[in-house]
Design a protein around this ligand. Structure first.
Ligand code: NAD
Ligand code: MG
Length: 403
C-alpha cells in the first residue's frame, strides 16, 4: 500500500498558527472586496468576524455566507427583512441600522478594516478603537472630520492604527518613527486624476461619467470624484498630518501621473525614501492585514523597464482650488476640517446626481467654510453637530444655485 504521509512540519506549523479575526466595515465596496479577495487567498491565516454594508443586501449576504461570518449588518434599516431572508438557514446573525454597525465593530476581531466611505464610518471606527483593536484605516473622511479626537482615543485605548490609503501606507513603511526629527518633509504623490492635464476652460463641462473614470485606480464613486477635483489629495494632506509626527508645513504634494511611487519621505541628510509598486490596493491592504509581517499578493509585480519613465509635476492650484482650501483648513484646525469634509461629501453627491457642475464642488466647500465660524472641538457630539450643520449649509447653497 502506498500511503503518502502528511508533511509533519507543515501540519504543525499550520495547526500552531492562529487565524486573525477580521471585521470589515464596508465590505461590499472596493476596499472591502479587495480585502476579502486577500482573505480568500489565505484562509489559513484569516477568518471573518463581521461584515457590513449600506444597502447592497445580496452582495453582503453572499459574502457573509462565503466567508462564514458571525454577523452581517446592513446600515439601511428598511433592508433588515431582506437581509434576514437572504441569510435564513445559516447561523449568521443578521442586523440592521446604525447601532448594529457599532455592534459589529464591538465584536472581538483583532483587526477592523475601516472601509465605509464618508463620515458615516466614524462611529463604528471609534468603537473599534475604544476596545483597543488594530484598525486598518481606509476611511480617510472619518480621520479628517474628527482627527484630534480620534488620535487621542487611539492613544488612550491602546489601539493600533495602520494606514491603508496607498500614500499613507507608503509613508508608514518608510518613516523613521524612532527619530522623526530626521524627517524634513513628507511628499505625497497624486495621480492628478483624469484632468490634471486639462485646460481650466475644458473643466466647466466635465460629466460625472468622465470624472469617475480614473486613469490608474479602480475605486468607489466618491473617492473617484475626489481624485478628479484633487480634494482627495487635500483630504490626504490632513490625514497625513494626523497619522505622522510632522508639522503642518512639512507636507508637500506633487503630481505623479503613473502612480508608481506611492509617496516619499525626505530626510535632513538629503536622502529621499520612496515606496513603489503597481497601482493595486491589495498591496497596502495586505500590508495592514499581515502587519508586522508581509504576505504574498496577486498584485502585478513592478517592472520599471516596462514603465520606462516616471513624471513629476507641480499641481496647478488655480485648476484645483481644493488643494489650497485644504491647506488653509489644516492650518486653522478645530472644526474647519469637519466642515470641509461634510460640505465636500454633500457637493460630491450633488455632482453625481447631476445637480451641480464639476467646478462647483470646490466652490460649495469654500462657501460653506466662509459661512460657518470655526471653533475648537472637545467631544464627539461636537463633531456630529458641526458635521450636520455643515451638511445643512452646503445643501442650502446647492438649493440656492437652483440648477
Ligand atoms: P465604495 O463606495 O466602493 O464602498 C463603500 C462601502 O461603505 C460599501 O460597502 C458601502 O455599502 C458602505 N457604506 C457607504 N455608505 C455607508 C453608510 N452611510 N453607512 C454604512 N456603510 C456605508 O468606497 P471605497 O472606494 O471602497 O472607499 C472606502 C473608503 O476607503 C473611502 O473612505 C475611501 O476614501 C477610502 N479609500 C479607497 C481607496 C480605493 O482604492 N477604493 C483607496 C484609498 C482610500
Ligand atoms: Mg490615496
Amino acid at each position: 500500500m502506498n500511503m503518502s504521509l502528511p508533511d509533519i512540519d507543515h501540519l504543525t506549523s499550520t495547526l500552531g498558527r492562529t487565524r486573525k479575526d477580521v471585521t470589515i466595515l464596508g465590505s461590499t465596496g472596493s476596499i472591502g472586496c479587495n480585502t476579502l479577495d486577500l482573505i480568500s487567498r489565505n484562509p489559513e491565516s484569516y477568518s471573518v468576524k463581521a461584515l457590513t454594508a449600506n444597502q447592497s443586501v445580496e452582495k453582503l449576504a453572499a459574502q457573509a455566507i462565503k466567508y462564514n461570518a458571525e454577523m452581517a449588518v446592513i446600515a439601511d434599516n428598511s433592508l433588515y427583512e431582506d437581509l434576514k431572508a437572504a441569510l435564513s438557514g445559516t447561523q449568521i446573525i443578521a442586523a440592521a441600522g446604525e447601532n448594529a454597525l457599532n455592534d459589529a465593530a464591538e465584536l472581538p476581531a483583532e483587526l477592523v478594516m475601516s472601509s465605509i466611505v464618508g463620515a458615516a464610518g466614524l462611529r463604528p471606527t471609534l468603537t473599534a478603537i475604544r476596545r483597543g483593536a488594530t484598525i486598518a484605516l481606509a476611511n480617510k473622511e472619518c480621520l479628517v472630520c474628527a482627527g484630534d479626537f480620534m488620535m487621542e482615543q487611539v492613544v488612550e485605548f491602546g489601539a493600533t492604527m495602520l494606514p491603508v490609503d496607498s500614500e499613507h501606507n507608503a509613508i508608514f513603511q518608510i518613516f523613521d518613527f524612532e527619530d522623526p526629527q530626521n524627517v524634513e518633509k513628507i511628499i505625497l504623490t497624486a495621480s492628478g486624476g483624469p484632468f490634471w492635464n486639462c485646460e481650466l476652460s475644458e473643466m466647466t463641462s466635465i460629466t460625472p461619467e468622465q470624472a469617475i473614470n480614473h486613469p490608474n485606480w479602480s475605486m468607489g464613486a466618491k473617492i473617484s470624484i475626489d481624485s478628479a477635483t484633487m480634494m482627495n489629495k487635500g483630504l490626504e494632506l490632513i490625514e497625513a498630518y494626523y497619522l505622522f509626527p510632522v508639522e503642518k508645513d512639512q507636507l508637500e504634494i506633487i503630481i505623479h501621473p503613473e502612480s508608481i511611487i506611492h509617496s516619499m519621505v525626505s530626510y535632513m541628510d538629503g536622502s529621499v525614501l520612496a515606496q513603489l509598486g503597481t497601482p493595486d490596493m491589495r498591496t497596502p491592504i495586505s500590508y495592514a492585514l499581515a502587519w508586522p509581517k508581509r504576505m504574498k499578493t496577486p498584485s502585478k509585480k513592478l517592472d520599471l523597464t516596462e514603465v520606462g519613465r516616471l513624471n513629476f509635476i507641480k499641481p496647478d492650484e488655480e485648476k484645483f482650488p481644493a488643494l489650497n482650501i485644504t491647506r488653509q483648513v489644516l492650518q486653522i484646525g478645530g472644526s474647519a476640517p469637519t466642515i470641509l469634509n461634510a460640505s465636500n461629501e454633500v457637493a460630491v453627491y450633488a455632482f453625481l446626481d447631476g445637480k451641480i457642475k464639476f467646478l462647483d464642488i470646490a466652490r460649495i466647500v469654500e462657501e460653506t467654510l466662509e459661512k460657518i465660524s470655526f471653533h475648537k472641538m472637545t467631544s464627539l457630539s461636537d463633531v456630529h453637530e458641526v458635521d450636520e450643520n455643515a451638511r445643512r449649509v452646503a445643501q442650502e447653497i446647492i438649493t440656492g444655485m437652483g440648477m
